[in-house]
Design a protein around this ligand. Structure first.
Ligand code: ATP
Ligand code: MG
Length: 360
C-alpha cells in the first residue's frame, strides 16, 4: 500500500476550520494512506514571528507529495514598508514551486440550485485552466507610475508559459470524466486575440500545441463574449484555457453559476508539485464561528486525491476522489445539511460530520 505525505497549512481566518474539515474527510476516505503534517504560515503568523512562509514550512511543502491549504490573508497586517502581507504565503508557494496551472472545475452538484434558470446537475460540468505565473499579473508590484499622472502594467506571454499550460489543458481534456453535451472533447482558448498581440501570440501557441491532439477539438472565445456563453450555454464547455487575469475573472464567474465560492474547488499544479485549497479567501468576517462552508476545501481535497492517484498510478486514491465527491453530492441532495451560503443552516462542523458519515 502506497502512503503519501501531505503538508497542511491552516493559514488565516476560516482557513483552520475548513482545512481541518477537509483533513477529517480525507482521513475517512483514505485512512492510513495519507499522513498529514501541519505547518505554520500566513498573515497572522507573520504578525507573530515576522515570517509569512517559514523556511521549514517551505521545505516541508517542497518535499511532501501534496500540499493542502486552508486560506491565507488578513486585513491590516503589513510588512515594515507598509504593504499588506495579504495572501503572500500562497503567492510565494505558487511561484517558488512553479505551480503554473490553476485548475478550477465548474460542476453543478445535485442539491445545489444554479442561479441560471433551467440548469440541473449534469448540465454544467467543465474545467477552467488558468495560467498562473505570467500574463498581466506578472506585472504585480512592477507597474510604473509616471509622476502621478500615468500608471502602466505589462502583460507578459512567453512561449514556454503558454506551451505548458496549453499542453496541460489538452491532456486534461483527453482524460477527464464529464463531457460537454455534444460529447466532443474540446479545449476553448479564451483571449482577446483581436485586440492585443500578446493574446494573439497566446492563441497561436495554443494552435501549435493543438496539432499534437487530433482527438481534441480546439475552439476560441473572446474573453468578453465567453462571459455570456458561460451563462447561456454552459453545457458547451469541456476545458477552457485562459491567460492569468482572464482566467481569474471567468473562474469566479463560473463558480457563481454552480453555487459560489464556498463550493468552488481549486488546484494549483506544476510538473512536480500540487497545492490544493478552496477558491475563496480567508473570509475574516465569519472566522472562528463555525459558519464557513468547508465544501470548497473538501472538494479541493478530492482533486488532490485524483491528482495523486493519477500521478502514482494508485487507483484507490482516484476512487477515493470520486467517493468524496459523491458523498458531498449525496449530503447536499438529501437537503438536511446545507451550508448557509447555499441557502441552508448547517455549520462547518455539521457538514464535516455529515460528509464523513456518508463516506463511512
Ligand atoms: P481573497 O482576496 O483572499 O480572494 P476575498 O476578498 O475575495 O479574499 P473571501 O475571503 O473569499 O474574500 O470571502 C468573501 C466573502 O465570501 C466572505 O466575507 C464570506 O462572507 C464569504 N465566504 C467566502 N468563503 C466562504 C466559505 N467557505 N463559506 C461561507 N462564506 C464564505
Ligand atoms: Mg477573491
Amino acid at each position: 500500500m502506497n502512503t503519501y505525505d501531505i503538508a497542511t497549512i491552516d493559514g488565516d481566518g476560516i482557513g483552520p476550520e475548513v482545512c481541518q474539515s477537509a483533513i477529517a474527510v480525507l482521513r475517512e476516505a483514505c485512512g492510513e494512506r495519507l499522513r498529514f503534517t501541519a505547518w505554520p504560515g500566513g498573515a497572522a503568523h507573520h504578525a507573530r514571528t515576522g515570517a509569512v512562509l517559514p523556511e521549514e514550512t517551505f521545505a516541508a511543502c517542497r518535499s511532501a507529495h501534496a500540499i493542502l491549504h486552508g486560506a491565507a490573508g488578513l486585513p491590516g497586517i503589513t510588512y515594515a514598508d507598509g504593504t499588506e502581507v495579504g495572501n503572500d504565503l500562497h503567492l510565494q508557494l505558487r511561484f517558488r514551486l512553479d505551480l503554473y496551472a490553476n485548475v478550477r472545475p465548474n460542476r453543478l452538484y445535485r442539491g445545489v440550485r444554479s442561479p441560471l434558470a433551467g440548469w440541473e446537475a449534469g448540465g454544467i460540468d467543465y474545467v477552467i485552466v488558468r495560467e498562473n505565473t505570467e500574463g498581466l499579473y506578472a506585472s504585480r508590484g512592477a507597474g510604473v507610475n509616471l509622476r502621478g499622472e500615468v500608471a502602466t502594467d505589462t502583460l507578459v506571454v512567453t512561449r514556454k508559459g503558454v506551451e505548458r499550460v496549453a499542453r496541460f489543458a489538452f491532456e486534461l481534456a483527453r482524460r477527464r470524466q464529464g463531457a460537454p453535451r455534444d460529447g466532443r472533447r474540446r479545449v476553448t482558448v479564451c483571449d482577446k486575440a483581436n485586440i492585443l498581440r500578446s493574446y494573439a501570440f497566446f492563441r497561436a501557441i495554443c494552435d501549435e500545441v493543438a496539432r499534437g491532439y487530433a482527438d481534441v477539438e480546439i475552439d476560441y472565445a473572446y474573453a468578453d463574449a465567453i462571459t455570456v456563453h458561460m451563462l447561456k450555454k454552459p453545457d458547451f464547455y469541456d476545458v477552457i484555457v485562459a491567460e492569468n487575469m482572464f482566467g481569474d475573472i471567468i473562474s469566479d464567474l463560473g463558480a457563481g453559476t454552480v453555487g459560489g465560492l464556498g463550493i468552488a474547488a481549486s488546484a494549483e499544479l506544476g510538473d512536480s508539485h500540487g497545492l490544493f485549497q478552496g477558491a475563496h479567501g480567508s473570509a475574516p468576517d465569519i472566522a472562528g464561528q463555525d459558519l464557513a462552508s468547508p465544501l470548497a476545501t473538501i472538494l479541493s481535497g478530492a482533486l488532490m486525491l485524483r491528482w495523486l492517484g493519477e500521478r502514482h498510478g494508485d487507483d484507490a486514491l482516484v476512487q477515493g476522489a470520486a467517493r468524496v465527491e459523491r458523498a458531498v453530492e449525496d449530503v447536499l441532495a438529501a437537503g438536511q445539511t446545507v451550508p448557509r451560503d447555499l441557502g441552508g443552516q448547517a455549520r462547518c462542523s455539521e457538514i464535516t460530520q455529515a460528509v464523513c458519515r456518508q463516506l463511512g
